[in-house]
Design a protein around this ligand. Structure first.
Ligand code: FAD
Length: 377
């Protein structure tokens, strides 16, 4: 009988719990998931939340209840230390404080927002990478009457989808004001749009859609600092704003950094089977895993499927055989554009070019299916 410990209750952790529960059933292996929060939030819907198209309740599920159905033990707490030699993790939580031992470890702790890398971010910028932040940004949008709105991606903020969605949602909301030139919207990328999407073949359609909605696109602007009135690039160029939504740089979790298995940004290095490099009996999935390109729920799910299958093989005494192939442009182009949920729901009738025919309905279905899988298993 083995103890399998999953760290994190987001897309990667929850999908891992589902996969392992499916694979092991009542085999006697013990699966435990640790997360600081007792809720799972469906992040792809945060732009909708900000724009009042859904409520917090609509986009979150109760983790203990869900895990109980899967026969997975839930421990509410935060991982504060990993002891590689003892195969133990130290947890700090209200209900549980202490060590949990493991035979197999799955690291799925997502990304950290490195807001400290952009001077003035905390004081002046909005983001929408959590429910509270999304609602706060939504309030600022609601009371905005006149001026320039800047929506941007910082360097190493590996998530272009909500930036594009936010720009289009603003264009829809302020359509008349934009026509009358009372309000303008700019979207900013640190390099090209193509680079932001990991080389996927979306940029031409996106560029057309931005132009159609009178959204100004500024590329190769690496934000370094935010002042009360402007964003400043590494080269000292300035762009003035009246309302700013900026995604900060991403990092892995510092508490597992510098232990010999993370890269320079604290993301966990894995091999082709998603085994953590230099850490025995451990796998990593989701945003925390060190891969190039945008970080997506879609990839977290694919990785959880691969890692679960490989753990099952190991528990049967075999050697992992299931390979993970991370070709982000292939995932987005093939998956196809469904792999990112650009434009579901928020922008009915607006996002010209991306909204046609089969692709549009596939995209919506994909979102619905993903939510269905998460909620109902
Ligand atoms: C606004 C927004 C829109 C998005 N849109 C899309 C989209 O359209 N399509 C798409 O595919 N992806 C989208 N994404 C990306 C997607 O949500 C992420 O890629 C996905 O959530 C990654 O899953 P994860 O499990 O790796 O990390 P998360 O979902 O971030 O989960 C990490 C988990 O680890 C826990 N954790 C953190 N620290 C600790 C600790 N010390 N101890 C224990 N647990 C810890 C967290 O509480 C959380 O439960 C979007 C994200 C955002 C924010």
């Amino acid at each position: 009988m083995a103890n399998i410990l999953i760290l994190g209750g987001g897309f990667g952790g929850l999908m891992m719990a589902e996969q392992l529960s499916d694979l092991f059933g009542n085999s006697g292996h013990r699966i435990t998931l640790v997360s600081p929060k007792d809720k799972f939030t469906f992040y792809p819907a945060l732009v909708r939340l900000a724009f009042g198209d859904c409520s917090e309740e609509n986009i979150s599920i109760d983790l203990p209840e869900k895990l109980n159905d899967l026969n997975v033990r839930f421990v509410q707490g935060e991982v504060i230390k990993l002891n590689q030699n003892l195969k133990q993790v130290q947890i700090a939580g209200e209900d549980f404080n202490g060590e949990i031992s493991y035979d197999y470890l799955v690291i799925a702790m997502g990304r950290r927002l490195a807001t400290e890398k952009i001077g003035g971010f905390f004081e002046h910028a909005h983001h929408l990478l959590g429910s509270k932040a999304a609602l706060k940004f939504g309030e600022a949008v609601e009371s905005f009457k006149k001026g320039h709105i800047v929506v941007g991606l910082s360097p190493q903020a590996f998530l272009p989808v909500p930036v594009c969605e936010t720009a289009f949602a603003l264009a829809k909301k302020f359509e008349r004001e934009i026509e009358k030139e009372k309000i303008s919207v700019s979207v900013i990328f640190p390099e090209t749009i193509e680079t932001a999407f990991g080389g996927a073949d979306l940029h031409e359609k996106l560029e057309k859609a931005f132009a159609f909605h009178h959204i100004e696109v500024i590329t190769d602007f690496a934000v370094k600092e935010v002042t009360e009135k402007a964003i400043v690039s590494a080269e000292g160029q300035k762009i003035k704003y009246d309302l700013l939504m900026l995604l900060p740089p991403f990092r892995g979790q510092a508490m597992i950094g510098k232990q010999g298995f993370t890269d320079e940004l604290d993301f966990v290095e894995v091999d082709d089977f998603l085994r953590v490099v230099n850490l025995e009996n451990a796998y990593a999935v989701g945003d925390i895993a060190s891969f190039t390109g945008p970080k997506l729920a879609f990839t977290a799910i694919r990785q959880a499927q691969v890692a679960a299958e490989n753990i099952a093989t190991e528990l049967r005494g075999g050697t992992p055989t299931k390979l993970y192939q991370h070709d982000i442009s292939l995932i987005i182009d093939e998956g196809g554009d469904d792999a990112i949920f650009l434009n579901y729901g928020v922008l009915d009738n607006t996002l010209y070019g991306l909204k046609t025919g089969k692709m549009w309905s596939r995209m919506k279905n994909e979102h619905n299916q993903l939510w269905h899988v998460v909620r109902n298993g």
